[in-house]
Design a protein around this ligand. Structure first.
Ligand code: PEP
Length: 251
């Protein structure tokens, strides 16, 4: 059995005060939820205050990115061990917005994944095709390239620290969700691919999240798919009631 994960990516939203208010509103709404790993990913500046606000709760903390070096002359970067120090248990790596706007490549994703794992963080590794890729029938080729690049040189054991988020770029922030079947089809492909590289037991244990306009009204259908093990949620994670409704999809 794979424990589902519902993770909220707050992107470049919320001050420290707003982030604190959000988690204080969220905590009672999910306090009784069991069998789901709940994660929120605020901006870097809000990590420590949110970690303090979450202490003793069932909500865990992620950063939205990290660098691959432990320390050094790398102005503006944050190392995985510093994220741990700030209270993070997870880090999102390779989000399509990082790939699109900040020059993230499969190679930098790979370095970041290795560094995150070395620091003891769970890496939520994002992959996904653009609309053009899908229209060109290149979805599986792109996903294969992203997965084999992200996981190059990793051992089977290290997969225990990795969660994959399949996020079709055309569905992120657009209100267009992949159909349950479209998402399931790609999740099956990813699981088979991971199985080919690392062996079927590791692939069967791997959590694969779907991301792309997940909302309270479409989460149930997605989560009913056998290979969808949770969601990475952007817009609908910004408000406590909508995020809690997604977290509590099984109720
Ligand atoms: C995301 O940012 O990872 C995401 C899926 O955003 P949204 O839910 O807003 O589409």
């Amino acid at each position: 059995m794979r424990t589902p994960i519902i993770a909220g990516n707050w992107k470049l939203f919320k001050t420290i005060a707003e982030a604190g208010a959000m988690v204080n509103a969220l905590k009672p709404l999910v306090a009784g939820t069991s069998g789901v790993e709940i994660v929120v990913a605020p901006v870097f500046t809000a990590l420590r205050p949110v970690a303090d606000a979450l202490a003793g709760s069932n909500v865990r903390l992620a950063a939205q990115d990290c660098y691959w070096e432990e320390e050094g002359a790398f102005t503006g970067e944050v190392a995985p061990r510093q994220l741990k120090d700030a209270g993070c248990s997870h880090v999102i790596i390779g989000h399509s917005e990082r790939r699109q706007f900040f020059g993230e490549t499969d190679e930098t994703v790979n370095k970041k994944v290795k560094a995150a794992l070395a620091a003891g963080l769970i890496a939520i590794v994002c992959v996904g095709e653009t609309l053009t890729d899908r229209e060109d029938d290149a979805t599986f080729t792109i996903i294969e390239k992203q997965i084999s690049g992200a996981f190059a040189g990793l051992s089977t054991d290290s997969l225990a620290g990795i969660v994959i988020a399949y996020e079709p770029v055309w569905a992120i922030g657009t209100g267009k969700t992949a159909t349950d079947q479209q998402a399931q089809e790609v999740h099956v492909f990813i699981r088979k691919l991971v199985g080919k590289i690392f062996g079927q037991p590791a692939a069967n244990a791997m959590r694969i999240l779907y991301g792309g306009s997940v909302k309270p009204d479409n989460v149930k259908g997605l989560m009913a798919q056998p290979d969808i093990d949770g969601a990475l949620v952007g817009g609908a994670s910004l408000k406590a009631d909508s995020f809690a409704a997604i977290v509590n999809f099984a109720c």
